[in-house]
Write a protein of this length. Structure first.
Length: 152
């Protein structure tokens, strides 16, 4: 505890470094704002003779301010991704054509895409029929026979 008191304002810089490392290991643009608040609080503590209680108040206020500003900014300017459908695997297959590995019976069948078997729903079709994916509902692909008007 004595060491923490001796470090003074450097405690905030150490906390900021820890928060930035956490941001790198658990990305999601969450810890970064608290890390920036810790850096700003450290600069305040370096520049002014502020008690630890007021430093804590500054940290809390700056944390809230950084989070609110980031939230408002990201709502207006959302992050762009090179792969926007990365977490929507089923949607990525819309428009692709594949052969049925299991016939569609009672509206359910399956296709093989890459090394995965996907459940499909569509009209009654025999095994081996070429189908086109026209939609997705969770992990269930909606298909129609390839070349039909609904596939276009």
């Amino acid at each position: 505890m004595h060491t923490l008191a001796e470090l003074g304002a450097w405690n905030w810089m150490i906390l900021a470094a820890i928060l930035f490392v956490l941001e790198l290991t658990a990305p999601g643009i969450f810890f970064m704002w608290f890390g920036l608040a810790a850096v700003a609080t450290g600069f305040i503590a370096f520049g002014f003779d502020v008690g630890w209680q007021w430093q804590l108040v500054w940290f809390c206020l700056l944390s809230v301010a950084f989070v609110v500003v980031a939230w408002k900014y990201l709502r207006v300017y959302p992050l762009k991704s090179e792969r926007p459908l990365l977490n929507e695997r089923a949607v990525r297959h819309i428009g692709e054509s594949h052969d049925l590995v299991d016939a569609i019976v009672n509206g359910r069948g399956s296709v093989k895409i890459g090394d995965s078997i996907w459940r499909v729903t569509g009209p009654e079709l025999p095994r081996g029929t070429r189908v086109t994916v026209v939609g997705a509902d969770g992990s269930l692909l909606k298909v129609v026979p390839a070349g039909t008007a609904a596939a276009a």
